[in-house]
Design a protein around this ligand. Structure first.
Ligand SMILES: C[S@@+](CC[C@H](N)C(=O)[O-])C[C@H]1O[C@@H](n2cnc3c(N)ncnc32)[C@H](O)[C@@H]1O
Length: 213
């Protein structure tokens, strides 16, 4: 979790520096596509600088954006002022969302489930805040299927995670979403190179629905 200290300063500086490049190479349109079906009451987890905010459409009534890093949150608060949708930005984590149980139509995750310390705890928290049949919209990088690249991601993850705010290069996030009691409605799997120095690595974008018990 990103809560102060040199690691969060390194992560934040790197993230702020690299984000414009990633967005120009396709990240911004991936985020716009992420929100295509999103409507009603939304909690956006790990909102960062609020890069998704301008993509929320008129079908969205309220966005509760949650971001644990104080400096990123301040940038997101400014972005919320300029957005068309009604957005509040709060401190909190994916594992402890400051939102009432059963109150949300959607949980939005953009490049966050790679980073949360405990994916299953986060996904259980998403299930708590969603209304029955509520949905997750996710855009995440995941472990690559190619043997060599997947192995390189495994090897690099401990060091990468230290300097990148806890980010894992090698998570099987789709399986984690299914294991947490969600049914995948749709998913695109594609390779994306976020920076000229990065190989194209596996990403997923899609929606999943809370299964009824
Ligand atoms: C790679 S950034 C993505 C930011 C933004 N969603 C985007 O698409 O640009 C990961 C974000 O997750 C946040 N984060 C880290 N740990 C978290 C946690 N446990 N719960 C929620 N967000 C977390 C970080 O502070 C950071 O803003």
């Amino acid at each position: 979790m990103v809560r102060g200290g040199w690691r969060s300063a390194v992560f934040r500086a790197g993230f702020l520096r690299l984000s414009p490049t990633m967005d120009a190479r396709g990240g911004d349109s991936h985020r716009a596509h992420l929100l295509d079906a999103v409507d009603g009451v939304v909690v956006e987890v790990g909102a960062g600088t609020g890069a998704t905010f301008r993509h929320y459409g008129p079908a969205v009534t309220t966005v509760h954006a949650v971001e644990p890093d104080a400096q990123l949150r301040a940038i997101a608060e400014a972005a919320a002022q300029d957005a068309g949708a009604s957005i509040t930005v709060s401190d909190g984590t994916a594992e402890h969302l400051p939102v009432a149980s059963g109150s949300c139509d959607w949980v939005v995750c953009s490049l966050v489930l790679c980073t949360v310390p405990d994916q299953q705890a986060a996904l259980a928290e998403f299930a708590r805040v969603l209304k029955p049949g509520g949905r997750i919209a996710f855009y995440e990088h995941v472990r690559s299927e190619g043997r060599a690249l997947g192995l390189i991601e495994d090897l690099l993850t401990p060091a990468w995670s230290t300097i990148a705010g806890g980010c894992h290069l090698n998570r099987d996030t789709l399986t984690a979403i299914r294991s947490a009691g969600f049914a995948i409605d749709e998913v695109d799997r594609f390779d994306f190179s976020p920076h000229p120095a990065s190989p194209a690595v596996a990403h997923i974008s899609g929606t999943a629905r809370l299964r009824r018990e």
